[in-house]
Design a protein around this ligand. Structure first.
Ligand code: ARG
Length: 467
């Protein structure tokens, strides 16, 4: 092999000091193009902003800068038309784009990487991508919240059992239950909004790690890419992945919330509960049991947290203990984050569809609310309020009445006044007013309580906020 053959076999981008090219397995483990090609639009936008800045600061002549800007658009259209040859020997999206650019525009392409490194380049690309995912999550959550508010408004005063330990606890309203999820998803949305604001600083211009000796204008590239400002420390700029960790953490919490409602849907849509009917659009049949209508979308949503949290733990583990600044470990930041974001967006869309389409069974909800001694607390509260019993004593009297009703095979309103008076002589027939489920929910007027008037206030507040 001649010296020049050997140089050709080495990497075109960084192979100057290398006599040999990489082992095939080295190429396989080193290349990220298989997944980071997904960052092509961000990479090209970053490069275009960088080239325009190099021209504006006189670092690059305007002719070369124009050729680069145009050439990058050609690369973009090739990729979007599916005509781009992604090459593993060019490692990653950055070198694939730059090498192709140079094929198209010649010498000028080789000047693009002035005052830049792949370290700040990948940091800016990934940040732009994660920022877009925050926007998508915010939009997805807004749509989901609207779907829950619409469900709440349709049945603000419908009575259903509220559970603790999945045992009947107290009657609540359907609207109240739906609005509980609006609160959860609102906090999730706020986490993405916060994370987005914090990550919106531009690392481009940090170069490899130390900044650059060229008189670049970082304010200009930051503004061109929609960032609020450039990052303030070049070492941090190329090392930081906590923007992605924040996104993944917020995504995990959100997926956990999705899984909780998914589980409620699985329970509620069963023949034993019949609280809701899921539409045909969000269920599947069984190939053997003709009667089946399975809540597959809900079950998958219940499971999605597994991979989203998995991606979160994976990135924490990659980043833990890495010394400053960039290490190749950090190339492992992207693949699972992509998967987690895809899973989250799909999950949000599926849940929005399912919630929009589901039908609550008002009669089944009410019947369930009126069973299981759900108004026992109302009875105890009456004993406190009207007879002045200490709550603990009222609790005991009520417990005795529940046991009596259970033995008789009725719910609390099925006991006679005489039976009640045998447990506590002071009880009057006024007690029957508080044993009804409507009365129970109407009485829970405390701020944030389940009374329909309170629920309607919350619905109105959110309808105004969500537009
Ligand atoms: N493909 C790399 C990554 O995703 C890009 C940065 C490479 N930088 C370097 N110095 N090798 O992290």
């Amino acid at each position: 092999m001649t010296a020049s053959d050997q140089t050709q076999a080495a990497n075109q981008m960084w192979g100057g000091r290398f006599a040999e090219g990489p082992d095939a397995i080295m190429t396989a483990i080193n290349a990220s193009i298989g997944f980071d090609k997904r960052l092509y639009a961000q990479d090209i936008a970053g490069s275009r902003a960088h080239a325009a800045m190099l021209a504006a600061t006189g670092i690059l002549n305007p002719t070369d800068a124009d050729a680069i800007g145009e050439g990058l658009l050609t690369v973009l259209s090739e990729i979007e038309a599916g005509r781009f040859d992604f090459r593993a020997d060019r490692e990653d999206i950055h070198m694939n784009v730059e090498a192709r650019l140079t094929e198209i525009v010649g010498e000028a392409g080789k000047r693009l990487h002035t005052a830049r490194s792949r370290n700040d380049q990948v940091a800016v690309d990934f940040r732009l991508w994660v920022r877009d995912q925050c926007d998508a999550a915010i939009a997805g959550l807004t749509a989901l919240m609207r779907a829950f508010v619409a469900q709440a408004a349709a049945g603000a005063d419908w009575v259903m059992p509220g559970f603790t330990h999945l045992q009947t606890a107290q009657p609540v309203t359907w609207g109240h239950h739906m609005m509980a999820y609006v609160e959860m998803f609102a906090r999730d949305r706020a986490r993405f909004v916060d994370a987005r604001a914090r990550m919106n600083e531009c690392p481009l211009g940090a170069a490899a790690l130390a900044g650059t000796s060229f008189a670049i204008d970082r304010e200009m590239t930051a503004a061109a890419l929609g960032f609020d400002r450039p990052t303030a420390n070049s070492l941090d700029s190329v090392s930081d992945r906590d923007f992605a960790l924040e996104f993944l953490s917020a995504a995990s919490i959100c997926a956990m919330h999705l899984s909780r409602f998914a589980e409620e849907l699985v329970i509620w849509s069963s023949a034993q509960f019949r609280f809701v009917r899921l539409s045909d659009r969000w269920t599947t049949g069984s190939s053997i049991m003709p009667q089946k209508k399975n809540p597959d979308a809900a079950e998958l949503l219940r499971a999605k947290l597994g991979r989203i949290l998995g991606a979160t733990v994976a990135l924490f583990t990659v980043m833990k203990g890495l010394p400053l600044t960039y290490s190749k470990d950090m190339q492992e930041d992207k693949e699972q984050a992509f998967d987690a974001a895809d899973s989250l967006m799909l999950g949000l869309a599926a849940m929005t569809g399912m919630v929009g389409d589901m039908t609550a069974n008002r009669e089944a909800l009410r019947a369930a609310a009126a069973s299981g001694f759900s108004t026992a607390t109302d009875l105890a509260d009456w004993l406190v309020r009207r007879l002045g019993l200490p709550f603990r004593e009222a609790h005991h009297v009520t417990g005795t009445l529940v046991a009596m009703a259970e033995k008789k095979g009725v719910d609390l309103p099925g006991l006679t006044l005489a039976e009640m008076q045998s447990v506590h002589a002071g009880i009057t027939d006024e007690i029957f007013d508080v044993l009804g489920v409507e009365n129970s929910v109407n009485s829970r007027m405390s701020y944030g309580g389940t009374a329909p008037v309170r629920v309607r206030e919350q619905i109105a507040r959110w309808q105004a906020a969500l537009g």
